[in-house]
Design a protein around this ligand. Sequence first.
Ligand code: SF4
Length: 495
Amino acid sequence: MSMFDDIPVDVGVVYEGERIRGKDMQFEFGGPNVEQKFELVQARDMKEIEDGKIIIQGPDLKDLEEGKSYPLGILVEVAGKEIEKDLEAVLERRIHEFINFVEGFMHLNQRYDIWLRLSKASYKKGFNSFQFLGKVLTRLFKSEFPIIEKIQVTFITDPKKISEWYKKALQIYEARDARARGMKDEDVTEFYGCVLCQSFAPSHVCIISPNRISLCGAINWFDARAAARVDPKGPNFMVPKGELLDEIHGEYSGVNEVAKQKSLGEVERVWMYSMFGYPHTSCGCFEAIAFYIPEVDGIGIVDRGYEGTAVNGLAFSTMANQTGGGKQVEGFNGIAIEYMRSPRFLQADGGWNRVVWLPSNVKERVLDAIPEGLRDKIATEKDVTNTTELRQWLKDKGHPIVKQWKEEVVAEVTEAPAEAVYPTAPTEYTLPQVTMPATMAAVPGGVPVALLQGVLQLPGGIPGAAPGEGFQLIFKNVKIKVDKLIIKREEKGKK
Ligand code: SF4
């Protein structure tokens, strides 16, 4: 007999990864259409909660209208002699996994950013109350974590009550994040890993260090350490640092070994502090994406909540498709907002000195982490809307990246072979060196051309074109390695 016989739909690992499209959903909770939503686990004293109790504050599933989006708060309270506060975050992250076990229920993201959908098919089968979801959570938590002696689950759909809890939840998340801020990667002998998201992204391995919180933003070094101790067979595990191979890029022999083993050979090297070369893999739960902007040789950040297109003309969802899946994608890196506060934030790529654009709400959130002299030099959607405007803005504001452009131009003019500069009237033109940002050209394995969606400017313009006139080559969603570029001019009437 299954422990879910009284649930009207099936429950099991097989449903993890199930996607529910808009046309198939009965209704959804949270997501981009809802401002306030959260999920939270809190450790309580044994006397404070009632084991197995499920509370619904506000309308239940059967009271909701088909096709609509609703706010939702999920509060899971746990108690037990061995339950410590340190475990709250990792238990909280398992809500994602357990809800996804329910046939026809989809759960995305975490903390203040959750997005759930119930399918029409499961609703028709009778899944019409949060009571069922509460029972699933209660039973799965207790069977996976025997240290939980009591568990109580509350679902909040009443917007007023959500509002009260939402503020508290944000303060709790902030207090958790603040704990690891004073620590450095060199202060500890081991990091921790997480492979919870391998159900969606099979080669993804999160490496969690004091200076690099998990990219979902939900698990810091303390949380992962506590989880690895109480649940050694679970998704969190210790990662011995091994030898420090590269201090700037954050490459450790122990991290490389574990990443290779846990990704089944897919990932061989990890640079923890860089989005180029061997970047940390990205699953799909990242809070934000750091993306390279070739037109200005800078880095942009876009968060999951940002609506509209980023300065490179791409929406978060478009970039997320390219970034996620457990791959190492040079020039796109899934990150947590908290990582932007780290002293190791993209250190090998220039850190904050390389950041040129981010949404205004993110800028506001991390303003205190941005070096003071840079705060008014990093543009938001309120300042510029495309890369041409961004380029001008950076020049006007004297962003440090502008100095980098000048250095590159000087180096290019000095080093370019004679035939690359102003050939008189060639019918075939071989370009030995294309203008590329120095950092990208230096990336092992070539340029991350998935990103080449910018202006490729020939030094001095095109032969036969007016002085100063350039041209654009636009590559979209392609991966090309360029060793040599041949440009032919077609004369009228001739092929
Ligand atoms: S993003 Fe990383 S830390 Fe967060 S749940 Fe997924 S694998 Fe674990």
